[in-house]
Design a protein around this ligand. Sequence first.
Ligand SMILES: Nc1nc2c(c(=O)[nH]1)N[C@H]1C(S)=C(S)[C@@H](COP(=O)(O)O)O[C@H]1N2
Ligand SMILES: [Mo]
Length: 408
Amino acid sequence: MQSEAALQQDRNNPGLENPTRRSLLLGSAGAMAAVSLLGFIPLAKGEEPKSLPDYAAWKERNALIVHSANTMETKRGAIGNGVITASDRLFVRNNLPAPPEAVTENPDVWEVNIEGVKNPRTLTVGELKKMGVTTTASVLQCSGNGRAFFPHGAGGTQWSVGAAGCVMWTGVPLKDVVKALGGTVAGAKYITSTGGETLPDGLDPKTVVVERSVPTRALETAMLAWEMNDEPLSNTHGGPLRMVVPGYYGVNNVKYVKNIAFTENQTDAKIQASGYRIRDVGVKGAPDQPSMWEMNVKSWVTAPLTTGSSGRNMIYGVAFGGTVALEKVDVSVDGGKTWKQARFLGPDLGPHAWRPFVMAADLQPGEHRIVSRATDVEGNSQPEGRTDNERGYGHNGWKDHGVTVAIS
Ligand SMILES: Nc1nc2c(c(=O)[nH]1)N[C@H]1C(S)=C(S)[C@@H](COP(=O)(O)O)O[C@H]1N2
Ligand SMILES: [Mo]
């Protein structure tokens, strides 16, 4: 186990690869067997993955912490202060090996079945492109972003702050598709989306399929996207077609979507029934626990991270409100004793986008704990602490997300 000081240092360090926690995770025989069954090559204990996997080889290696072949996070220092995250810096999280790259060569022939509507149909991406189109910015964030800060050692990828980015999506509003197919059937309460990966042989499909249900209130903003950041949607991020549910945690944004059903019940796939459920430490996942749907209000500092010189410093960060627009961000350079409101930087891309922020601060030599606290227009603010939970989901406490900067 690393000392608390060493961990803290790692968390502040943009180059952190946190070998201790990761090798603990991959070191268990059960985890290694599961990983290899799914087609990923497990790393030996203590081994550092250095190169990007083939399906993400186009990414900017230096901007990413490569946790494994299926989990890559943006370094805190590479997040920058832009309103949109560059595609080659955006984090990647795949539960299964991605479909072959060839599926994005001719995206218009990809098919998606729509069920639970008056006139169920199979539609190609080419047909969807004629049904309607919209462009929306939304934050894509893994439910476990911030997991590394939980002291109980929550299982799963030890994401710090970089399992998140703000992305511009273009596609058809799901509402338009539903309307064209005669509306949803009576009693539909959920939108259930299925990922198009080929499932590994020899495993019960329900235990591995990426199939997620979200409440039908999400129909107001959900879309089927074929473009990300003004380019055809890459295979890495779910091309040819992806379900995008603005303001909802990453897992609900199903990549390579091949089936969408309006259903009375949530799917019984493991990723829905017991996965992505908030419960106390030590408790197993179950369908009656809260599911990771709407994201909570959150922010973190992106610069400076470790050192600075005395005098005027520009403190940068990013903030978002999930499904609710942001009101303000306050920044403290004394660990939360005193706060000052930061200024939003750049254009407002709507309620689901993040807002970069900046605040000038006069810093004296010595150590400074810099923290940020966002508040949405409904008055929800980030709490100081975290809500401990078994899998380390939904952490938005401002204290853990701060940085300690040495000013000389
Ligand atoms: N089909 C499919 N969709 C998926 C996943 C997946 O493994 N397969 N992973 C989910 C999870 S857990 C997250 S956090 C996001 C990550 O999106 P990204 O890889 O484009 O960054 O995709 C979600 N959608
Ligand atoms: Mo995720």
